[in-house]
Ligand binder design. Structure first.
Ligand SMILES: Cc1cc2nc3c(=O)[nH]c(=O)nc-3n(C[C@H](O)[C@H](O)[C@H](O)COP(=O)(O)OP(=O)(O)OC[C@H]3O[C@@H](n4cnc5c(N)ncnc54)[C@H](O)[C@@H]3O)c2cc1C
Length: 504
């Protein structure tokens, strides 16, 4: 029987065949109309001149990271911190002004609505490169409890860090703090990095030729007219990756007919728990972000999101409180399906949280930021690595935010790629060689695919409001609450500590 990730891969492949045909027709048109997009071998007079050394003033870098977002910066930091890679000459290409002016972040400022839940595994990676110290000096909120429930009142699950003998389940941090922590960590090294405040417009991979001084390098042309060569180009340029497009790497997936609305909210007391309720049109999460603030990530239909973005603050607060309390159904009852007794025959084992009752989240009193809306989709590149080109982060995969895993997957990519580059240097290999880069792909692709399958499965299971399915989902919630070994596996997997045994 096919496993869940294999089924997802199969669905993706079927779409791929259709998309490839469409992309082939599109590419033929693009090549005729877009002078910026070039194929290897399709040399212009300018490129022939380059090959003969007429432009030897063009800088050459070992690695060009296109996209200095959180994931691109994590790669740069990781390269800067490892003895085998800290001699590399790295270019970071991004027009984001935060890379140059390094805004000072004040802890007293109200929290930005763009936050990420980072897993203990990510925290360890940040500690390894020395970036976590910065996060700890700024706004962040560790949480040690999590409660997930279903609006029907049929089921709930509580998780406690002590279920797996840990102190925390994760930490919520503003994206700008994570980004800045990596940037400041990079600035405190003697690493040779050059920031190009521009955007990638075109890319050419030269094939090796005896007459070319830059044989077999990638040439990048930027929107400000600058050019550079690199042995390895890393596409860390997000879900609409130009690197992926220029390298001709296809990706496939689907748009969810859902948007997420996010904002910062205030309540009367401090929150130390991550709350998530599955409503008929998508989950709403209330995530602690320090002091009396929390972050809302609420998934809903596109129409609802536009309506809720524009409604008055009073109405919006009322809607949030209704959604997080019993506005859509009764509070879950722990005795449904026989409660603990019904599952105790499976194992005699219990966890700390097994005896914790359902709690109502803190009441929201105020919206403390703008409301932002994001369309949601699943996207996966069919390949992460070609000769001289590799993809990381959202450029390689985009997922539904319902479990807060997207950037954690990207950080996993960045640190894995840095390790593979170091291994290549250790054995004297060309760091742009595809056989080396495939090592990174085979480390990350199965892990990412498994996570994508689980998140997509959740999204699908919760996009149908059908009573027998609702009962089944609730039974699953109760199982996850009372079956201790299953509960520990779920927590360890979501923490990024281990691969999910059912899928590996
Ligand atoms: C509502 C919402 C909530 C989320 N919550 C979480 C969460 O709690 N936990 C979690 O793990 N993940 C979460 N995610 C996912 C997370 O935000 C993304 O996975 C993450 O931002 C991806 O980082 P990245 O660096 O790969 O890409 P991006 O953040 O998209 O950065 C890409 C960078 O590339 C630059 N760029 C783009 N094009 C070019 C070009 N042509 N040339 C040069 N530079 C270019 C951009 O300026 C940008 O700086 C959430 C996502 C959403 C939408």
């Amino acid at each position: 029987m096919l496993s869940f990730p294999q089924l997802l891969e199969l669905r993706i492949t079927a779409r791929q065949v259709a998309l490839n045909f469409h992309a082939f027709r599109l590419a033929r048109r693009t090549l005729c109309s877009d002078a910026g997009v070039k194929l290897p071998g399709a040399d212009s007079a300018q490129e022939v001149a380059d090959k003969h050394g007429h432009h030897s003033n063009i800088p050459i870098h070992d690695v060009a990271i296109v996209g200095g977002g959180m994931v691109g910066m994590a790669l740069a930091c990781s390269l800067a911190r490892m003895p085998l890679t800290n001699q590399l000459n790295v270019a970071i290409i991004d027009s984001n002004p935060a890379l140059l002016n390094g805004d000072c972040i004040q802890k007293e400022d109200p929290p930005d609505p763009r936050v990420s839940t980072v897993t203990p595994a990510t925290i360890d990676l940040f500690k390894d490169v020395g970036a976590w110290r910065y996060v700890e000096q700024h706004r962040h909120a560790y949480f040690d409890k999590m409660q997930v429930w279903d609006y029907t009142g049929f089921g709930y699950t509580r998780y406690n860090a002590r279920d797996i003998n840990k102190e925390i389940l994760g930490c919520v941090v503003e994206n700008k703090v994570l980004h800045r922590s990596l940037l400041s960590c990079l600035q405190n090294t003697s690493f040779q990095q050059k920031i190009y405040p521009s955007r990638l417009s075109s890319m050419t991979i030269h094939s090796r030729s005896a007459s070319s001084p830059h044989g077999s390098l990638a040439k990048l042309e930027l929107s400000d007219g600058n050019s550079l060569y690199a042995k390895l180009v890393v596409g860390a340029d997000g879900s609409k990756s130009r690197v992926k497009e220029l390298a001709g790497i296809n990706s496939t997936g689907w748009k969810y007919s859902q948007n997420a609305i996010i904002c910062t909210v205030e309540h009367m007391e401090e929150n130390h728990c991550a709350w998530q309720c599955f409503l008929p049109n998508g989950p709403i999460a209330l995530l602690p972000i320090g002091d009396n603030f929390s972050n809302i990530v609420w998934t809903m239909t596109p129409e609802e999101s536009l309506n809720r973005k524009s409604m008055s603050e009073v109405d919006f607060v009322r809607e949030i409180d209704r959604a997080l309390d019993n506005g859509y159904g009764p509070h879950p009852n722990s005795q449904l399906f026989g409660g603990r007794a019904a599952f105790s025959w499976l194992t005699g084992d219990t966890t700390v949280s097994t005896n914790e009752c359902f709690e109502v989240p803190p009441r929201v009193t105020k919206v403390a930021s703008e409301r932002m809306v994001f369309p949601l989709s699943l996207n996966h590149a069919t390949s992460y690595a070609l000769k001289r080109v590799v993809l990381i982060g959202d450029a390689a995969h985009t997922v539904h935010p319902l479990a807060g895993q997207g950037v954690n997957m990207g950080f996993g990519d960045a640190f894995s790629l840095a390790k593979v580059i170091a291994e290549g240097i250790a054995v004297g290999s060309d760091i742009g060689e595809v056989s080396l880069l495939r090592g990174y792909e085979s480390d990350r692709r199965p892990a990412n695919l498994t996570m994508m399958a689980i998140l997509d499965g959740f999204q699908k299971a919760y996009s149908v409001d059908f009573r027998p399915l609702n009962v089944l989902r609730a039974a699953a919630f109760q199982g996850a609450h009372y079956i201790a070994p299953l509960k520990r596996q779920i927590i360890s997997y979501a923490s990024g500590e281990q691969r999910f045994p059912l899928f590996s």
